[in-house]
Structures are given as structure tokens and as C-alpha cells.
Design a protein around this ligand. Structure first.
Ligand SMILES: NC(=O)c1ccc[n+]([C@@H]2O[C@H](COP(=O)([O-])OP(=O)(O)OC[C@H]3O[C@@H](n4cnc5c(N)ncnc54)[C@H](OP(=O)(O)O)[C@@H]3O)[C@@H](O)[C@H]2O)c1
Length: 283
């Protein structure tokens, strides 16, 4: 069945660059397996890697990109400022360390990993990101795990200081964690949304609605959840160290969930499986 998206689909960001609709996550991917996992992902068609300073495998990601033979500008790689590196000077160092470790000339996207720290520190981190962008070290900028109050704070700073805006935001998002307030904010402010834990770390595979849709569409639970994510307009970032699953998680572009089935899957639960710094209130 022809569907609206395929693995080569991309969204256009405010920065003018494109971001592929499917990303490959490497959180908890052991450093000695990471290069092979990223190479496998690139082999089966992913062109977007989600790394972070805090994952301690940026070097392996850089090695895989170089070993893949794929031109650098055909691969989109993200890193994130370490959550303990909030503030102008520390964020600047985190960015420099990531570039050095990965051996890359630039990142496609750098996110502030979490809104921890004071207002001054959060805005200082943004200033460091903007300077890196102006120096050609990163193409697009964003945040992760920001609550609406953090997003409003940053928006005001960006507007009053006439700085480049937020291209991308990343949160835990799946049918049991919809974050309507944050997603609505992003839609209203032209921020592309990435979904982490898109397959809920495989903890909902036995959910009765998932099981029903598995049966109906003849797809795996992961494929149903990834399809839901893309049809919600998110960019899912599934992680796996298992070659067959890396491939399975990239093969959900040949079917479409009906509107009724999208609604059936969507809940108003608040059930994170990872951390949730969005509620951090330090100012
Ligand atoms: N910004 C943030 O704060 C933040 C936080 C968490 C995650 N992330 C990003 O989002 C990515 C994904 O999140 P995540 O790794 O926490 O969760 P996830 O992708 O929802 O789940 C990964 C887990 O599911 C298993 N799995 C993968 N594919 C499967 C399949 N087809 N069938 C059954 N099990 C499968 C994996 O096992 P195997 O690996 O053993 O195959 C792993 O245990 C991360 O790698 C990271 O890049 C960002």
C-alpha cells in the first residue's frame, strides 16, 4: 500500500536543513558494540543517529559514519549537551568535547539534554549553541525534556535577544505519554518533535490494543508503535543492539493505521518509562 511517508522522508527545519523522519537511538548501546549497530542501521536505510555526550559512544558513532562510505551530508547526527554541563562555559566545553570525540567537523543537531540548572544557566547553554551554529559546528538547534514553562522562558529570550529559534524538541512520547501541552506548543511554534522511547522499551507489547492491531495489520508491536509515532507527526528514535530488530524497526512504511486505530491506541495516561525532567521548576 502506498503511504504518505517512506524511510527517506524528511521534515524541513527553521534552520533550512532537513531532518529524516526516522532516527536510530544509541542510549545504553555499549561502546564496543555501537559502531557495528550504527553501521547496521545505516545499511538498512536509517540516515539519522541520535547520540549524546551522556551516552559515552559519540566516538563509535563518528567511526561508523566514516566507515559507512555514505557521504557525510547524507547522514544526520544529533548530540546533546551533557545534563551536568548546563551554563555558557560548560555547554561550550561539552560541544567542543563532542566534536573532538566524534571526530566530526559538525553536528546536524545539538540539543540541550535537560532543563536542569538555573534560568541563567539554561539561557547560557542556548547562547553557547548559537555561537557553535555561527561557527559552523552545528546546523540546527534544540532542546530535550523541556516543560512548557522552560519553552516559554527560552522563547522570550530568543525573541528579545534576536537569536535563532528552536528547530527541534525531543521528549519521551508514545501512546501512554502524549504530552499534549508540549506537543501543542511545538506545533504553534514550528518546532519539529522527536519521540524517544517510541516502543516503550518493549514494555507494552502485550497491551490488548497493541495485540489487536498486531493481528489486524500483521505487523510487530514495535512496528505498530513506530507507525503511530510517525502518523502523530513525530520523529521516532528506536534503539536496538539486535540486528534483526534494527531492521524490523525500519520497516513500517508499507502500511497505515486507520484514524479509528490511531484513536484506539492513543490514551490520556501519563506513564513515563524513562526520566521526566519537564517538571523541573528551578528558576
Ligand atoms: N533525550 C533523552 O532524555 C532521552 C532519553 C531516553 C532515550 N533517548 C533516545 O531515544 C532512544 C530510544 O529510547 P530507549 O532506548 O530508551 O527506548 P526504546 O527505543 O523504546 O526501546 C529500546 C529497548 O527495546 C528493545 N527493542 C528494540 N527493538 C525491539 C523490537 N523490535 N522488539 C522488541 N524489543 C525491541 C531494545 O532491546 P535490544 O537493544 O536488546 O534489541 C531495548 O531494550 C535512545 O536510544 C536515545 O537515543 C533520549
Amino acid at each position: 500500500m502506498a503511504t504518505k511517508y517512506d524511510i527517506t522522508s524528511a521534515y524541513r527545519l527553521k534552520s533550512g536543513y532537513e531532518i529524516p523522519i526516522l532516527g536510530f537511538g544509541v542510549y545504553k548501546t555499549p561502546v564496543d558494540e555501537c559502531k557495528e549497530c550504527v553501521l547496521k542501521a545505516l545499511e538498512v536505510g536509517y540516515r539519522h543517529i541520535d547520540s549524546a555526550a551522556a551516552y559515552f559512544n559519540e566516538q563509535a558513532c563518528g567511526d561508523a559514519i566514516r566507515a559507512s562510505g555514505i557521504p557525510r551530508d547524507k547522514i544526520f547526527i544529533t548530540t546533546k549537551v551533557h545534563p551536568k554541563s548546563q551554563g555558557y562555559e560548560k555547554a561550550k566545553k561539552s560541544i567542543e568535547d563532542s566534536l573532538k570525540l566524534s571526530g566530526l567537523d559538525y553536528f546536524d543537531l545539538i540539543l540541550i539534554h535537560a532543563p536542569y540548572g538555573s534560568r541563567e544557566e539554561r539561557l547560557g547553554s542556548w547562547r553557547a549553541l548559537v555561537e557553535a551554529q555561527q561557527a559552523g559546528k552545528v546546523r540546527s538547534l534544540g532542546v530535550s525534556n523541556y516543560g512548557v514553562h522552560h519553552l516559554d522562558e527560552l522563547k522570550e529570550y530568543i525573541q528579545t535577544s534576536k537569536l535563532p529559534g528552536i528547530d527541534v524538541g525531543q521528549w519521551e512520547l508514545h501512546p501512554w505519554l502524549g504530552r499534549k501541552d508540549i506537543v501543542d506548543w511545538c506545533r504553534a511554534n514550528d518546532v519539529v518533535v522527536q519521540a524517544y522511547c517510541p516502543i516503550v522499551r518493549a514494555k507494552r507489547n502485550d497491551d490488548p490494543v497493541v495485540a489487536k492491531l498486531v493481528d489486524k495489520y500483521k505487523k510487530t508491536p514495535a512496528q505498530i508503535l513506530l507507525r503511530w509515532s510517525v502518523q502523530m507527526g513525530f520523529i521516532p528514535l528506536p534503539k536496538s543492539v539486535t540486528p534483526s530488530r534494527i531492521e524490523e524497526n525500519a520497516r513500517f512504511f508499507d502500511f497505515e493505521l486507520s484514524k479509528e486505530d490511531m484513536d484506539l491506541l492513543t490514551t490520556d495516561e501519563y506513564s513515563p518509562v524513562a526520566w521526566d525532567p519537564t517538571t523541573d521548576t528551578q528558576v
